[in-house]
Design a protein around this ligand. Sequence first.
Ligand SMILES: Cc1ncc(COP(=O)(O)O)c(C=O)c1O
Length: 460
Amino acid sequence: MDRSTQGLEALRARLEGEYTRKTPGSRALFERARTVLPGGVTYHIRYLRPYPPFIEKAEGTRVIDVDGNVYDDYWMGHGAHILGHTPDFVREAVCEASRLGSHLGYENPLAVEYAELLARIVPNMEMVRFTSSGTEANMYAVRLARAYTRRRYVVKMEGGWHGGYDGLHTGVTPPWRGPESLGLPEEYLKYTLVVPYNDADSLEAALKKHDVAAVVLEPVLGAGGCIEAEREYLREARRLASEYGALLIFDEVITGFRLALGGAQEYYGVDADIVVLGKAVAGGYPGAGAFGGRSEYMEMLDHIARPNPRERSFHGGTFSGNPVSIAAGKALVEYLAANRGIYEEANSLWEWFRRRIDESCEARDRPCWATGAGSMVGIHFTRSRPRSAREAHEARWGTGVESLANLYMRVRGILYLTEHTMHLLPSLRHTKKQASAFLEAFEAFLDDLEEALGGRPWTT
Ligand SMILES: Cc1ncc(COP(=O)(O)O)c(C=O)c1O
């Protein structure tokens, strides 16, 4: 074993020792969980080595584990809590709605009011339908695009994550093609094309060659490492989709209500045809998903205009439009609409943060690079600043650094996911003091890492 590997292992062992001492309750829960939950978790991305902290409660921008350890939370319910965990006014709206019935199963006035609100604030969303997750919203959006264009192919980006829907469950991780999961036949992906992110030429080649119904993209890659699209690329994607007759679907499950009130369309000044929302759309409560666009497209779902089911695009779901998710989302979005100043403040805080991370990396001969936009931050241990998920993967200078960073920060009371990709989704309520504490811990990590490695291998 060479000296740097030995150094890294010693650092990991020290950190794991510290973590284990602080978290006996989580350890015990994980042992129980392993017997009844596959892998001991409810979603594999929530697993952290050697075992995840089991979180008992959340307060604002912090979470507290079963052993009473308090963490600054940079995961924020997968990015759903853009105003911190469960603001009082959202909880009150939910209590009031659920007193009248948690799930009415009939049309309800709240859904109409919320649809009206979304139509006012989300550009190009004249009509909307609610789903129970972002995955579902993407699935129905793709089906709608196919129904409208009467075409088959869908283009998605390498590193793009749109949930586990078959038709988009490819090209998320290396080698960027083929099914991402067992149980997903290759044939199901026959009409899905994967192209590199931030690469308009590849997009055009795909559009030229196939009858493409939709181009689906995240305006800022989320799970792919919080990597921003170049503005010019987004404009080109818009132009090319129109030129070749495909619909442009923005998956704004993360960027929606986060980059700006009107999401990435407003932030970048680029129009989408169909917008997919999730996470914050239900105010931090379950059942978070919606998709919408101009009435010309949404009319494909209209059973009155199209009484024959074979002549329309299906959407539905037992819990779609339920008053709990709707009341929560509506309360949150109303608050954001009344407090637009919050965006400028938060976006400039995280812009500053990215700059400071970059300065810290620069001062150490560049072990890392910051990416992102607004309050989405990626930190990559790469030899260059990645413009795509592929670059973020291929330009890495070491292995296991990401997971060590996660453990290091966790021991210091800073929590985020995943241990493979350092991407942060702070709320708009995180403070500069918290951001500074993160920077301090991160710089300490870089210094301890260098010491463990016995030098700066990223420079060679
Ligand atoms: C951009 C994006 N789209 C879609 C999804 C899937 O949403 P859900 O997990 O609610 O199904 C996610 C979830 O992380 C996401 O980040």
